[in-house]
Design a protein around this ligand. Sequence first.
Ligand code: CO
Length: 209
Amino acid sequence: MRLLRDLFDKNAEWARRTEAEEPGFFTRLTGEQTPHFFWIGCSDSRVPAEQITGLMPGDLFVHRNVANLVAHQDLSCQAALQYAVDVLRIRHVLVVGHHGCGGVRAAMNKQELSGPAGEWLRPLRELYEQKREYFESWSDDQARWDKLCELNVIAQVGALSRTPLIERAWDRGQELAVHGWIYDLRDGRLQDLNVTITSKAEAESLSSS
Ligand code: CO
């Protein structure tokens, strides 16, 4: 209960194997981090960022929360974004949602959302409500759920590209792209939703479309 021995054993084995495969790996990483990607994903245990992209420690700067939401008033997300954009000068921000997201499901359900999770998911419930007619025209519940997972990613890409931090980066000529991806739990595959935004002008055309 207190020690979780297994996890420490697994960690020791992983560290040993990693160093054996690439001698000096950990020493190299003690200098500074130079990740190329900022990953904003869901907390879901089935969507581990590095594992599903085959990347290693040092490759991804990561922020995960329930249902991969980007809220301007969320200090945790904004602080990570600030560090990623202003200090690490990351060029690619990846918003990665996933099909079968429990947070998205909860926002679709009719019952009242309660507690901190309910408060957190409110913007998602609003997104669903805005498009309720569209969604109710679908008979397939799974397809509806999948679609809201995708629309959520697109909404977060839009929110990110209107974030002052990102607008300022574009204003000073920094190269920065915001991507929207979806991960399918059923086959382990990532899909690009083709909503990449690389400038203020593109952000404006997304919000007016
Ligand atoms: Co999720």
